[in-house]
Design a protein around this ligand. Structure first.
Ligand code: GLY
Length: 388
């Protein structure tokens, strides 16, 4: 039997954001389809999976913090629900994070972050270098201090993706394994897509959740096209042999000479080291310089890392937006909604995005917590109202 070519909701993009949207939409009773040549791919195949609302706080991003925290709070229940439905272990690990400093510049940076966290009412504790090493004995002797954040956890994004595909299948989501080539607009309303093989998929509502590709879909009117760009991240995977375990007991991260580096230890012995941040368009080349920089910085934090087998090097594309926050919900084109632009927080924001999108599909409105993330903030009217 061929799969239905008409649905209530058609989600363009089968990465974690598209999948969670489809799952939640189908749970609400919408006949839902996902169009993607390879569902379960995308940036989550590269991401480390830090759920780092507190350690990734930045000045000027307090509104985003609210959404990040809302999603972090939902994670335990979200992960339990997915595991119960699919039987998949998601590698959700409530291990906390330690952000450390190696020199006085890094320490000043971390002190500023601590002050911002305190102003924002977040829990974090300043530790001396010695206290950091007591928590993580393999840290370099040069560590000068750190911030202990017990609420920033991790999940394995590859397992999360696999579980979301399974959850979608369980609730009857249809997968069209083909590329969406062009949005169809009929009578000033989004009506579906035309796929690469030339066939039409029709839908009552269309959700564009194509990650960094979201700004490139043909047929989307210019004033509605999301201002999303690719931001390359190179990530390494190492393996901790049982004789070295436990290597690290929590995520360890730092800013080393201005570059972010993090080490995320999984329970299964995988150690993820990330990530570069490069504005190079659609390039996903793994470079000697990228790998060298990550290993050099990780080695400064945890010298024993050079003993570990290096098992994978890969680059992914974060969907960056002009204010580093996602674009969620209805657009000025009737029938077209966005779920994109999650930048550094896609894995963290997965639970809240699924809920917000299902609400928007059912009611036409975003729930209160997601309202600041309307795509309309970048629309022609919004931009013309900004001071010159
Ligand atoms: N959130 C980590 C990263 O984007 O590298």
């Amino acid at each position: 039997m061929s799969s239905p070519r008409t649905s209530d909701v058609l989600v363009i993009g089968g990465g974690i954001i598209g999948l969670v949207t489809a799952w939640r939409a189908a749970q609400r009773g919408f006949a839902t389809a996902v169009v993607d040549p390879a569902p379960g791919g995308g940036a989550a195949q590269v991401a480390a999976g830090m759920l780092a609302a507190v350690t990734e706080l930045h000045h000027g991003e307090q509104t985003l913090l609210g959404l990040n925290l809302a999603s972090a709070r939902r994670y335990p229940e979200f992960a339990a629900e997915l595991t119960e439905l699919t039987g998949h272990d998601l590698g959700y690990r409530r291990c906390g994070t330690l952000a450390v400093a190696l020199d006085s510049d890094d320490r000043a940076h971390l002190r500023e972050l601590h002050a911002l966290q305190q102003q924002s009412g977040l829990e974090s504790e300043w530790l001396s270098g010695r206290e950091c090493r007591r928590l993580e004995p393999l840290l370099a002797p040069g560590v000068r201090g750190g911030l202990r954040v017990d609420g920033d956890h991790q999940i394995d994004p590859r397992r999360l993706t696999g579980a979301l595909v399974a959850a979608c299948e369980r609730v009857g989501v249809t997968f069209h394994r083909v590329r969406a080539e062009r949005l169809s607009v009929v009578g000033e309303r989004a009506a579906g897509v035309v796929t690469r093989d030339g066939s039409a998929l029709d839908a009552g509502q269309v959700v564009l959740a194509g990650g960094s590709l979201s700004g490139r879909l043909a047929g989307v009117p210019q004033d509605v096209l999301p201002p999303v760009r690719p931001v390359k991240g190179q990530v390494l995977r190492l393996t901790v042999p049982p004789r070295y375990a436990p290597f690290l007991s929590r995520t360890v991260r730092a800013v080393v000479r201005g570059s972010q580096v993090y080490l995320v230890p999984r329970e299964n012995g995988e150690l993820v080291v990330g990530a570069t941040s490069e504005e190079l368009g659609w390039d996903t080349t793994v470079t000697a310089g990228g790998v060298y920089g990550l290993l050099r910085d990780a080695h400064e934090l945890v010298p024993g890392i050079t003993e570990l087998p290096l098992t994978e090097t890969r680059a992914g594309l974060r969907p960056g937006s002009p204010d580093n926050a996602p674009l969620l919900g209805p657009t000025e084109l009737a029938g077209l909604l966005l779920a994109t632009g999650h930048y550094r927080n896609g894995v963290l924001l997965t639970p809240v995005t699924g809920d917000a999108m299902a609400h928007a599909l059912a009611t036409g409105e975003l729930p209160d917590e997601a309202r600041p993330f309307t795509p309309r903030r970048f629309g022609a009217t919004a931009l013309s109202e900004q001071p010159a």
